[in-house]
Design a protein around this ligand. Structure first.
Ligand code: FAD
Ligand code: UDP
Length: 424
């Protein structure tokens, strides 16, 4: 076969095969190509780059997030500055409301939540006393139930957390690690932002555009609609970066790791505004957990508006690792295999079975890159290798390997990539 002949007695066609074009795979592709002048083949079984953060213009011209709402927030200046090479930003502070007892109230629970829910006019000090009175002390906080009940008591736990969590995870909060509901703070002031991170913003032209800019390098070739198993034996490469589910990589030899899935129901309505907040959570009613209206997130102005409902499921695409002891034990066995797998680096939410946000995945990928280079992360993150357009290294890609910048077939209405960062 052509590829094999070409490779005989020569260097591999690619230094890296990267499986998955989400944050983990794309950051590593960018760093290896731009920082180390490595030749990278990035493949994804989906028909687009961006992984779960992929966004596109729908048939009405409204920018939507295909796999549910993605809001960027981080306390890491390094991560924010790194991504800022590929996008400008739209400042955005996310706000969420919950539908409880027939009222729409702020979540995270804050002073206004309590006053609205109970028809009170407590001060911050008084609400603190209120929480102290209703909280049920817990010797050791182990589960997601412990976290909430020990902070705001059982009644608020049942109104806001118990049923939402059962819907989202198919498990009772008492069966999930504390880390799950710990994501949601409780406040005694009127701050109704979902996040309090230093950097909170949305990519000005969307996530997909940011990914296009990130991957716009002559050393990066992209194959979409391509499961790595279809090509790994035919296309020579030196090392692999794997960002898919770790159990699948090892043929489920220790059994299936549970991942929670979602079904997204997208709708467009012929009104300018559909709901009173960017996201409304429905802890107690409906089969869906939340409804997101995208124009709040993107700032787009349009006579119509697009929303998405999220219906949790156990089967389907893997979206969330499920944080609980039993699963950590299974993962530990896979991790031991992963640690021994020579020339394969496991990175990302599915491959390291971590309930990580986008910024944490970027940080994780930058750390892996620094390890590969054997230098400090701060140095590795800013490394720029001169691009050697050396004929000996010219790549004769098979016909189905599409060089990027040549249209990824996203069909998403994004304009062609413009590199905001300086080109190598
Ligand atoms: P992914 O984005 O899942 O990318 C992995 C890629 O690998 C996928 O594209 C997949 O198709 C590909 N792949 C898998 N197996 C194969 C194979 N065999 N061959 C080829 N390709 C393969 N984070 C935030 O910071 N803020 C938010 O608001 C936020 N909201 C979220 C909302 C939802 C509904 C979900 C599910 C997640 C949200 N996240 C959010 C988390 C965020 O999506 C992840 O942190 C991030 O996208 C993980 O990136 P990744 O590259 O690890 O994985
Ligand atoms: N949660 C809840 N009620 C809410 C919001 C969150 O019970 O109104 C719990 C639920 O278990 C959820 C977890 O807190 O899965 C984390 O919420 P987050 O909004 O961070 O979830 P994500 O955006 O990652 O789906």
């Amino acid at each position: 076969m052509l590829v094999a002949t070409w490779n005989k007695g020569r260097r591999s066609m690619f230094d890296y095969l990267i499986v998955g074009a989400g944050f983990a795979g794309s950051v590593l592709a960018e760093r290896l190509a731009r920082g180390s002048n490595k030749r990278v083949l990035l493949c994804d079984r989906r028909p687009h780059i961006g992984g779960n953060a992929y966004d596109e213009y729908n048939e009405h011209g409204i920018l939507i997030h295909k796999y549910g709402p993605h809001i960027f927030h981080t306390n890491s200046r390094e991560v924010f500055e790194y991504l800022s090479r590929f996008t400008d930003w739209r400042p955005y502070q996310h706000r969420v409301r919950a539908s409880v007892d027939g009222q729409i109230v702020p979540i995270p629970i804050n002073l206004d939540t309590i006053n609205t829910l109970y028809g009170l006019s407590l001060t911050s000090f008084e609400v603190e006393q209120f929480f102290k009175k209703v909280a049920e002390p817990c010797e050791q906080i182990k589960t997601s139930e412990d976290v909430v009940v020990s902070t705001v008591g059982r009644e608020l736990y049942e109104k806001f957390f118990k049923h939402y969590t059962r819907k989202q995870w198919g498990l009772d909060p008492s069966e999930l690690d504390a880390t799950v509901t710990s994501r949601i703070p409780t406040r005694t002031n009127r701050d109704d932002r979902y996040f309090t991170d230093t950097y909170q913003a949305m990519p000005l032209h969307g996530y997909t555009r940011m990914f296009e800019n990130m991957l716009d390098h002559p050393n990066i070739k992209i194959m979409l609609n391509c499961d790595y198993r279809e090509i790994e034996k035919d296309i020579p490469f030196q090392e692999m970066i794997y960002t898919g589910p770790v159990d699948s990589f090892f043929g489920y030899c220790y059994g299936k790791l549970p991942y929670r899935s979602l079904e997204f129901k997208h709708e467009t309505h012929n009104v300018e505004v559909f709901q009173q907040a960017p996201v409304i959570n429905y802890p107690n009613e409906h089969l869906y957990t939340r409804v997101t209206e995208f124009k709040y997130l993107t700032g787009q102005e349009h006579a119509k508006t697009s929303i998405v409902y999220e219906f949790p499921k156990s089967e389907g695409d893997a979206y969330y690792p499920v944080p609980r002891k039993e699963n950590a034990d299974i993962y530990a066995r896979y991790k031991a295999l992963a640690d021994r797998a020579e020339d394969v680096h496991f990175v990302g939410r599915l491959a390291t079975y971590k309930y990580y946000n986008m910024d944490q995945i970027v940080a994780q990928a930058l750390t892996v890159y620094a390890k590969i280079r054997g230098e400090k992360r701060a140095l590795a993150t800013t490394a720029q290798a001169p691009y050697l357009n050396d004929r000996k290294r010219a790549i004769h890609a098979p016909a189905n390997v599409r060089p990027n910048g040549n249209g990824h077939g996203n069909g998403n209405g994004h304009r062609p990539p413009t590199l905001i960062a300086s080109n190598p």
